[in-house]
Design a protein around this ligand. Structure first.
Ligand SMILES: [Ca+2]
Ligand SMILES: [Ca+2]
Ligand SMILES: [Ca+2]
Length: 202
């Protein structure tokens, strides 16, 4: 019988006035669009870096989003955007980052801008230069209002050891889309190896 009473009450619904409110939450200055992106597909041997970021942490120029704001290495002199892909390593090697966009155009140190809006703004150790800033980081980004949809392919080439005796070298690759880190990965390359480390589709 109590069930009948409950049903009676449940049918009385007060009319609540509604209003549309825009809430402005603190956000990073870029990369806040909503996008669907599948988990990246990874080459055999690629390992996932477990998330270790902490809000408010000091951002270090290491290819990782240390402070969990969806931007990789902000403040290090290279850019974030609706897509950011950052490669970092910690030896005297020269690694090269290649990112092919959905139109099939490839960003690299040899081709720093693509028609879809992507830019490579941090190249490292060209000519084995040891004197540039952040000479173990390469970075590409798209700052278009929305990330161009389609498939992105991320390739890393171990160009050379630069007389450093670096040998097999681990790289860290972080990928951010729409202001969120979609993955951070480690992979070890041998000198002169070229590897399709990851690809993802927006
Ligand atoms: Ca960050
Ligand atoms: Ca960092
Ligand atoms: Ca390089």
């Amino acid at each position: 019988m109590s069930g009948c009473l409950l049903e009676t009450h449940a049918r009385v619904r007060p009319i609540v006035p509604t209003a549309t409110v825009q809430i402005t939450a603190p956000q990073p200055p870029v990369a806040t669009v909503q996008v669907q992106v599948a988990q990246p597909q990874l080459a055999a041997g690629v390992t996932v870096v477990q998330t270790s970021c902490q809000q408010g942490a000091q951002e270090v120029c290491n290819g990782l989003d240390d402070n969990c704001n969806g931007q990789i290495d902000e403040g290090c002199g290279y850019s974030s955007g609706n897509i950011q892909i950052t490669l970092a390593w910690a030896t005297g090697a020269d690694m090269d980052l290649y990112v092919t966009d959905p139109a099939g155009e490839t960003l690299s140190y040899q081709h720093r801008q693509v028609a879809s809006g992507g830019t490579l703004d941090q190249d490292a150790r060209g000519q084995c230069n040891r004197n540039q800033a952040n000479n173990t980081i390469e970075n590409v980004y798209w700052n278009t209002p929305t990330p161009p949809p389609g498939n992105y392919r991320v390739v890393v080439h171990y160009w050379g050891e630069c007389n450093s005796g670096a040998g097999p070298t681990q790289v860290t690759l972080s990928i951010a889309v729409g202001g969120q880190i979609i993955g951070a990965y480690n992979y070890v390359l041998a000198p002169e190896q070229r590897a399709d480390v990851a690809n993802f589709t927006i």
